[in-house]
Design a protein around this ligand. Structure first.
Ligand code: ARG
Length: 779
């Protein structure tokens, strides 16, 4: 398991560079050319001795896919080397330094810590650029600020160049994506992976200009951090200076919501020198503007809410000094990052852009699939609000931000009669926002209907001329004739999305089980609910350690004699454990398939814990799924019957089994736990580990794993790598919480390529797909 508990740093693995890149030889850095008046700026840095420097041409060979950009870059250099006019230009960006944490003293650019950290980054950038083909134009790198990164410390910097003017102009004409490509791959081919001090996968680079740089230098800065639940205020009254900036930060799994309440003094006619701008970055880059207020009608007196795409936002206020009565009042807060999209099967509902009515974040893609609950029904969709960034002037299609319904893109206001349309039984809806400029977003309404069923859209046809609300059935209400045919009223078999009550009735309400409401008339949805709850004691010993085994009380360790811990398992009742089938395959020397050798340990925290609170049980039966397919790990599930029932305590509790219809939307955060290897090819963990992973879209995962993902599997992890289950975690739980802090067994640790590798998420046995089999065999 690759994340120490309680929530230590995620292990980050360097991704092996492609062979061609690795083949690059070692060469001492070239002495770069310095414009004479800037002589002092050019220094040779040898800070990162371990960094393998390579000659840029050889490096370029390693990046054939971007060969056309390479050629462009070379031509640019050749051509503009001859051109006489030079000017300052800037490549700014950010990068993460794993292992380091963001602390408050990093807010202060004069602190020892800031200076040290900044120097390390600056040296690295200097060394890299000086050895690249831009080396002769390179002057210096400056770290402006830091923030909390996803798995380390994020540094924001500017690189200054003295370069041919025309070359800069051409670079600026490129799209942000091309700029990024040129800046990272071409201008500095030495940014290669494998460097441990910087996580180069997190590097972002942009061509910027002196205006942006000047604004940053001249601004009066405020550095603010908001913890979840805190509101931090920003006020500016009668400002004496011309430039102000607020660098807003929140913890890394949150986004910044800025609420601008009052804005006075953003006057017409003064757009160039007078504006309030919000950026999706901590540097004032044109490429990262979320929105800007200036000019006529910039501010209609209403509150505006903006959302960032990550855990930082920059707000700048540029004023011409004449406006003395300028006022800005705003506050910001940390809000949890949402994963947008999902599958919905419903008679009606609404959908909106992320965080609506707040401005949607830049750089987001969402996909929703909406289905009518019954075949024969269709969907009608009405766009109630659409305020998104419009297409570029020459473009025929929405090319910046868009809402796409059934393949048709929308990005501007619609007239009343173009807002409503009918679709088929299922509709795919996509939303895309680019890196720049956001608005309020969209809000749509959908309804299922049928041209033939007069009871539509929300009523059930009882076949006797009566229509009933869907959640009732025709039979159990006297408004339906007693002898009414069952299949006119309810449906013989539930659709996979419907929950099936014990009496066979289907519910359309998503995830009705154990939600505290009786949804089935026979109450069966609230029946097997003594599960999935932690029995955490309220009183804690001050300064003591968390009683961590109480946190995952369904976790069991399956051990076999001298072999010790082999696999994980989950307690699902006082007699039964669920684990993975592959744990019980015989090897040359060990007969893992025989129940006798196994012991299940429940309630332990450290692996060989000797405590009377730990429950140990022998196994009398192992039921491996009859369709278990060893070659592809399909149906990787086994049930273990304990010799005597286990007593539940705060240390031992069963986890809830999710019924077939339960949905775990992709993006949902779940936890995988176990004593498995702490990294690939490493030893087992001594104490129980937990890792926070997200559910991954099935088709995305299937693509990553070359169609090896069957419907009895699901993927969870982090596509950037770094967090995952590993050898020895197999059979253990992937637990997701539902209503009322109840935990459900969404998956069983099954397989994965390596551990925690990028784009190789963990693959789990999909418990919902095997629910009926589990119930049948354990009752
Ligand atoms: N098969 C492994 C075991 O027996 C578990 C592998 C899980 N791998 C992963 N990358 N999630 O313990």
């Amino acid at each position: 398991m690759l994340q120490p508990f309680p929530s230590g740093r995620i292990s980050v693995y360097s991704i092996p560079a492609p062979d061609a890149e690795r083949a690059s030889g070692q060469e001492s850095p070239r002495v770069s050319y310095c414009p004479s008046y800037q002589e002092g700026v050019c220094q040779k840095y040898h800070f990162f001795k371990r960094m393998k420097l390579c000659f840029w041409r050889r490096c370029l060979l390693g990046i054939l896919p971007t060969v056309s950009l390479t050629v462009t870059a070379i031509l640019l250099v050749l051509h503009y080397s001859l051109s006489p006019a030079f000017s300052f230009t800037y490549i700014s960006g950010s990068v993460e330094i794993p292992n380091l944490t963001y602390t408050n003293d990093l807010n202060d650019p004069t602190s020892q810590k800031f200076l040290l950290q900044a120097k390390a980054v600056q040296n690295y950038l200097a060394e890299t650029y000086e050895s690249s083909f831009l080396g002769k134009y390179y002057l210096k790198s400056v770290v402006a600020t830091f923030s909390e990164g996803e798995s380390g410390l994020r540094a924001y910097f500017w690189n200054t160049f003295w370069a041919p003017q025309d070359m800069v102009a051409s670079l600026k004409k490129l799209t942000p994506v091309e700029q990024k490509e040129i800046c990272s791959k071409q201008a500095a081919p030495l940014f290669s992976s494998g460097e441990e001090d910087f996580d180069l996968d997190t590097m972002e680079l942009f061509v910027s200009d002196s205006i942006e740089y000047d604004v940053m230098l001249k601004s009066v800065s405020f550095d603010l951090y908001a913890k979840p639940g805190n509101n931090r205020t920003l006020t500016l009254m009668n400002p004496k200076k011309s430039f102000y900036q607020w660098r807003l930060r929140v913890p890394s799994n949150y986004v910044v919501r800025l609420v601008v309440i009052t804005l006075r003094g953003v006057t017409p006619e003064s757009c160039a020198s007078h504006h309030l701008s919000a950026y999706d970055f901590l540097l004032p880059l044109q490429n990262k503007i979320i929105t800007r207020w200036c000019g006529p009608g910039a501010w209609t007196p209403s509150v505006v809410r903006l959302t960032s795409s990550s855990n930082v936002m920059l707000l700048t206020f540029s004023l011409d000094r004449r406006g003395e009565r300028n006022i800005l009042k705003a506050h910001f807060q940390a809000i949890p990052k949402i994963i947008c999209g999902g599958h919905y099967t419903s008679w009606n509902g609404t959908l909106s852009s992320p965080y609506y009515p707040s401005y949607y974040p830049p750089n987001i893609d969402c996909t929703w699939i909406i289905k009518a609950p019954l075949p024969g029904y269709k969907l009608s969709i009405k766009i109630l609000v659409i305020q998104i960034q419009e297409k570029s002037p020459g473009s025929s299609r929405c090319d910046k931000d868009w809402l796409e319904i059934d393949g048709v893109r929308y990005c501007k206001a619609l007239s009343e009669n173009n807002r409503n349309r009918e679709y088929g039984y299922s509709v795919e809806i996509n939303f895309h926002s680019d890196e720049l400029v956001t608005h309020r977003g969209f809000y749509i309404e959908y309804k299922a209907f049928s041209h033939t069923d007069r009871c539509n859209p929300e009523k059930l046809n009882c076949g006797d001329g009566k229509c009933k609300p869907q959640y009732k059935s025709c039979k159990d209400d006297d408004s339906c004739r007693q002898d009414s045919e069952e299949n006119n009223c309810s449906y013989k078999s539930c659709s996979p999305y419907a929950y099936k009550c014990l009496n066979g009735k289907c519910l359309l309400k998503p995830n009705p089980e154990c939600d505290g409401k009786r949804d089935c008339t026979d109450g069966s949805d609230e029946m097997n609910c003594a599960c999935g709850r932690r029995q955490l004691k309220r009183t804690r010993i001050v300064g003591g350690e968390d009683a961590r085994s109480e946190k995952w009380p369904w976790q069991a360790s399956l051990q076999m004699g001298a072999h010790g811990h082999v696999c994980g398992a989950s307690v699902i009742s006082n007699r039964w454990l669920v684990s993975a089938a592959h744990c019980f395959l015989d090897s040359h020397s060990v007969r893992y398939s025989v129940p006798m050798g196994w012991r299940a340990y429940m309630g332990s925290h450290t692996i060989n814990e000797k405590s009377n609170r730990v429950a140990v049980r022998s196994i009398i039966r192992i039921i491996v799924h009859p369709q278990y397919d060893q070659s592809i790990s399909d149906y990787d599930i086994a049930l273990l019957e304990m010799e005597t029932p286990v007593l539940f305590s705060e240390l031992v509790q069963p986890i809830c089994l999710p019924s077939t219809s339960r949905v775990f939307l992709y993006g949902t955060v779940c936890y995988v736990t176990g004593w498995g290897a702490i990294k690939e090819n490493s030893h087992l963990a001594k104490t129980l580990q937990e890792a926070r992973v997200r559910m991954i879209n099935q088709s995305v995962c299937n693509k990553l794993y070359d169609d090896l993902i069957t419907s009895r599997m699901l993927c969870a992890g982090n596509l950037n790598g770094g967090v995952d289950a590993c050898q020895g975690d197999s059979g253990g739980p992937l637990a997701c919480s539902g209503k009322g802090n109840r935990w459900y067994l969404a998956g069983i640790v099954s397989w994965g390529e390596g551990c925690a590798r990028r784009n190789r998420p963990g693959v789990y046995t999909r418990v919902t797909a095997l629910y009926d089999w589990i119930r049948r065999n354990t009752n």
